[in-house]
Design a protein around this ligand. Structure first.
Ligand SMILES: [Zn+2]
Length: 417
């Protein structure tokens, strides 16, 4: 095929509108690299600079940079040159698999002394983290903000522009000050899974920047655009720093101490597929609402502390989930990492005094443990074996005549190795 025809075909095939961040990818990756400890920078050698200059763009350049395209491709998807999941979140189970795959490739390459390969896989991971946390990748299924512009009608100047580029593009530097990157896990499976949850924080943070950026674009206020873009970029760089630091620690098998139990109360369940609760996930009792982290809603309106009656007396819990009847919460678990799950189940002593609730924990669809408690009963610790479980589900079922009193709490839900 002629060169010109080939170029035209490439131009048609590339889903350009998905491209995220552009120039800022470099600034964000460089800021992340800057935070790494000396031994890691030395180990990367010349790849350190290449990561910020070139490798972080690999997933966007798979058609033009054929030599590096394989570092953004997966064995399980032969023939797929441009992996959309490296740019936009799909479903948790899928992007966890992708993050695990690329992290594993990077760690294996480091252990085998192939630092050039490792750095390229790390570049692909940085790109994914940064794209997911880009202010212009925040609206599920609407990468050009055609819906959001109906809520927020554009100024005359922006009326005919596609919004994706202006929302994310800029020429700025990112600095993380004294940020200390965090170890995300002591194995690839654990680290990729925690990275996914860190990335969720990045997505939510980026969502908070999109509307202010659009408003500043409409007002032709470039400084304010940059200010909010930087809010997203800084968090993305911190998450990329955590990922890079962790990959290098795992590669070198130099692992700092890490607290063993992992609290899952702040993690998003599968039911909140796009990191918000769709209306189909709302429950009707004890009130009309959705699950809450760290508080319980009296009458569906007033947030009060999570409190349970224990054998030793009443106790408030900072960590926990309050939820309603009949709507499950399903958490994805990493493979081969955790052995046990523990949680305190009970009803709020005052709000739930007249309630009666069955607390059930399922692993991959099979009941692991179950308990029915009255509102006047002391809370109970539930504990179950989760080795081999890939989806853990918490479910509440009304067993009372007065379902308006079923103020149920899952306190301190934790995974243990
Ligand atoms: Zn991209």
């Amino acid at each position: 095929m002629t060169h010109r025809l080939a170029l035209l075909l490439i131009a048609l095939m590339v889903p350009r509108l998905l491209f995220g961040w552009g120039q800022p990818h470099h600034a964000i990756t460089r800021a992340a690299l800057e935070t790494l400890p000396g031994w890691q920078k030395e180990w990367l050698g010349t790849e350190l600079k290449a990561l910020g200059d070139v490798h972080c763009m690999i997933p966007d350049q798979v058609y033009s940079d054929k030599a590096n395209a394989k570092y953004a491709a997966m064995d399980s998807r032969p023939g797929e040159v441009y992996l959309q999941v490296l740019h936009l979140p799909t479903v948790q189970t899928e992007y966890l698999e992708v993050m695990t795959y690329f992290m594993e490739r990077a760690v294996t390459a480091l252990r085998e002394g192939r630092s050039g390969d490792a750095a390229r896989f790390m570049g692909t991971m940085c790109h994914q983290i940064e794209d997911y946390g880009s202010p212009s990748h925040t609206m599920p299924g609407d990468n050009q903000f055609t819906l959001l512009q109906q809520f927020l009608p554009p100024s005359d100047g922006m009326k005919d522009k596609l919004m994706h580029g202006p929302i994310e593009n800029g020429d700025f530097m990112v600095s993380l000050g004294g940020y200390q990157p965090r170890l995300l896990g002591t194995s690839v499976n654990e680290a990729a899974w925690r990275l996914m949850h860190r990335v969720h924080e990045g997505i939510l943070n980026a969502r908070s920047t999109t509307i202010p950026i659009m408003q500043a674009l409409y007002a032709d206020d470039a400084a304010t655009v940059t200010k909010h873009q930087l809010r997203a970029a800084v968090v993305d760089a911190q998450i990329a720093a955590d990922a890079l630091y962790t990959i290098l620690c795992l590669g070198a098998q130099k692992l700092p101490e890490m607290p063993a139990p992992v609290a899952i109360d702040t993690f998003w369940p599968l039911e909140a597929e796009k990191l918000h609760y769709p209306q189909t996930q709302f429950f009707s009792s004890p009130y009309w609402g959705h699950p809450r982290i760290g508080s319980i809603l009296a009458g569906g309106t007033k947030a009060v502390s999570l409190k349970l009656k224990l054998e030793s007396g009443e106790k408030e819990f900072a960590h926990g989930i309050s939820a309603g009847m009949g709507k499950p919460l399903t958490f994805v678990l990493p493979q081969g990492v955790f052995r046990r799950f523990t949680v305190r189940a009970g009803l709020h002593p005052e709000l739930g005094a007249k309630g009666r609730v069955e607390f059930t924990i399922h692993g991959d669809g099979k009941p692991l443990t179950s308990l029915t408690l009255n509102g006047t009963d002391a809370a109970q610790k539930l504990e179950c074996e989760v080795s081999g479980v890939s989806q853990l589900q918490l479910l509440l079922t009304s067993r009372s005549l007065d379902s308006k009193s079923n103020y149920a709490i899952w306190a301190e839900p934790e995974l243990l190795k």
